[in-house]
Design a protein around this ligand. Sequence first.
Ligand SMILES: C[S@@+](CC[C@H](N)C(=O)[O-])C[C@H]1O[C@@H](n2cnc3c(N)ncnc32)[C@H](O)[C@@H]1O
Length: 268
Amino acid sequence: MNTTTAATIALTATCGECEVRAAALAQQLNLPLVDNDELHSYELILFVTPERLELGETIHKAPKPIYVDFLGGSVGHRHRFGGGRGQPIAKAVGLKGGANPCVIDATAGLGRDAFLLASLGCHVTLIERSPIVAALLRDGLERAADDASVSEVIERMNLVEGDAAEVIRSLDEDNIPDVIYLDPMFPCRDKSALVKKEMRLFHHLIGPDQDSSALLEAALGKAKRRVVVKRPKSAAPLDGPKPSAEISSKTMRYDLYVTLTNKLSATQ
Ligand SMILES: C[S@@+](CC[C@H](N)C(=O)[O-])C[C@H]1O[C@@H](n2cnc3c(N)ncnc32)[C@H](O)[C@@H]1O
């Protein structure tokens, strides 16, 4: 499982007022807390800034650090001007008419897909197993919860830190979601600038998710209505049963596994 990183990583405070927060987080994440002059001894750095938590690389010409942003950037833009319930991800999850399914996003990452689904009315439980990604996500959720323009959406999002396959297997009857959504990391073959900077950083931090088929199997055993797997358009489906249907966008494909009929026939 990819709960640990192969990269060397440390944490630093970027201002005097950030030091107490940085020390607490360093202890929580079990990371060295370092000064500015030690940063280059590590490959990745978590920066505690006055505004937020950021993750950056120390290589020469490193791109700007990444952070979770539900207010501005592409996520905020998609929230304000996005395609609503007609967009492929909404169709994939089954947002027909007024339906607001309860969704588990079992591969939360930076929370963009989860935020989109919550902004369309779903209640979303986000599960993330990388403690560092979960810390970035918690920081973004806390900041957005204080902003009146998105606080209602954030109330529909609940973060759970841990391995999703284990969390899903342990769900009791009262907490079965309608939909389980998966967007695992796929092997990164393209080293060019075309690979988005956060993808590169994610690959540096956690590498590809090599146990996605086991996660799919756990999800298929629990989801009330369907499991949705987001894949690059040209990638094969995950190992396991064949998808029941697929919905494509320009660059991505959503493989759908309808589970409702399985559950009905199992109880008849
Ligand atoms: C490609 S990213 C997801 C991006 C996300 N959909 C978004 O919109 O920001 C995949 C994430 O899933 C997490 N992940 C993969 N397998 C997991 C598992 N079994 N349990 C919990 N998290 C998992 C990885 O740590 C990584 O952060």
